[in-house]
Design a binder for this molecule. Structure first.
Ligand code: PLP
Length: 238
């Protein structure tokens, strides 16, 4: 595995990049008049080799995002037992038949985007005796190929999820790659405010500072921490 990686995420470069991202987050908070530690960094570890994960855990990072249930199970089950304050967040599309596995592994599922998935998560939570924390993913650009509920359908999905017992904590979005993200971050904030939601998961390596300026509470950062991924898996469905 390690020999096939063109950019080995050695421990010192991972720790250095983590420091840089944290400093830039704090600076973006100050520029926005927010407390420097008011935003959570979710380190996106999809496709990363075990050494990269060991390195960033050693550097003190504890909140992680993965976009595939099965990949995350293989990679995080052991750490889960050893690192008590670990937080795992699912940030990729979820099939209803994997709802039980997702509920078992993840602390928060950021990609609730349809009624049927809400029902499956509520049922899985009931079965596991676990309250299920979710974010609703909004397709702010209404892109046909992208997951997420349409902005005009978000209120109804939030209400449905709440009434079925899910703990709806907030919203998540992935703006269109070819547009300035600000309008999308702003729209997500509007939908959150009118639904009384506090958590906004928005901003990635290229735009997390802009997202912090527009109220992000969680930014999801991968390549700025680990270097460029091989891009094959980034947009794929679980
Ligand atoms: C991969 C991914 C990220 C991280 O992207 P980078 O540009 O590498 O920071 C964030 N959010 C989601 C949903 C992703 O799939």
């Amino acid at each position: 595995m390690a020999s096939s990686s063109p950019d080995p995420a050695d421990a010192s470069s991972v720790a250095r990049r983590l420091g840089t991202v944290r400093a830039r987050m704090a600076q973006a908070c100050r520029a926005a008049g927010r407390a420097p530690d008011s935003v959570v960094l979710t380190a996106v570890t999809k496709t990363q080799p075990p050494e990269a994960i060991d390195a960033i855990l050693a550097a003190g990072q504890r909140v992680f995002g993965e976009n595939r249930v099965q990949e995350a199970q293989g990679r995080w089950t052991d750490h889960r037992a050893l690192v008590p304050d670990l937080e795992l967040r699912l940030i990729g599309p979820l099939q209803t038949n994997k709802a039980g596995d997702a509920v078992a592994l993840f602390d928060v599922i950021e990609t609730l985007d349809r009624l049927k998935l809400g029902d499956a998560l509520a049922a899985a939570g009931g079965k596991a005796g676990k309250s299920v924390r979710v974010l609703v993913q909004v397709n702010t650009g209404a892109e046909p190929q992208k997951a997420g509920v349409l902005p005009e359908d978000a209120d109804a999905l939030i209400a449905h999820a709440r009434s079925s017992g899910l703990m709806v904590e907030g919203l998540m979005c992935i703006p269109p790659a070819d547009e300035a993200p600000e309008r999308h971050f702003d729209l997500l904030g509007q939908i959150a405010r009118r639904n009384g939601l506090k958590v906004l998961s928005m901003g990635m390596s290229g735009d997390y500072e802009a997202a912090i300026g527009l109220g992000a509470t969680h930014v999801r950062v991968g390549s700025a921490l680990f270097g460029e991924r091989n891009t094959l898996q980034t947009a794929s469905i679980d």
